[in-house]
Design a protein around this ligand. Sequence first.
Ligand code: ZN
Length: 149
Amino acid sequence: MRFVADKMLGRLTKWLRIIGQDVTYGPHLSGYGLIRTARREGRLILTRDRSVVKKNPPDYLLIQSDQFREQLKQVILACRLDPLKNALTRCVECNTLLEPIPKEAVQEKVPPYVFSTQERFSFCHGCQRIYWPATHQQKMLEELKVLGF
Ligand SMILES: [Zn+2]
């Protein structure tokens, strides 16, 4: 399942990407921009904007809450996502799938403490960011626990 999120849903977008979901997001994505992208790319619309519903959109999910935790819970339940299955496989910032990168290759690019304490790293070819599991994983598991997953 692929998503396009309206511009009010930045934090939700981040969290959906953390659990590995493919989410297009950007400042141009509201109203008809949202609908065009959804049609062109075959994505489910996530929106807080009730007026989108009147514009004859393709499939959409009207997000009920202002709180990102409730929003995330709504999407996970409505779309029957498994939040742990593909977690941490996608860049949170640009939506690109991450690829493993050998430890030797990141020595100059991550803080020394991280280099000496981490063994596995991933790389985003979209924005050149380097990821390592520790901090992200811990935070993610805590959040999902709050949500009851
Ligand atoms: Zn990226």
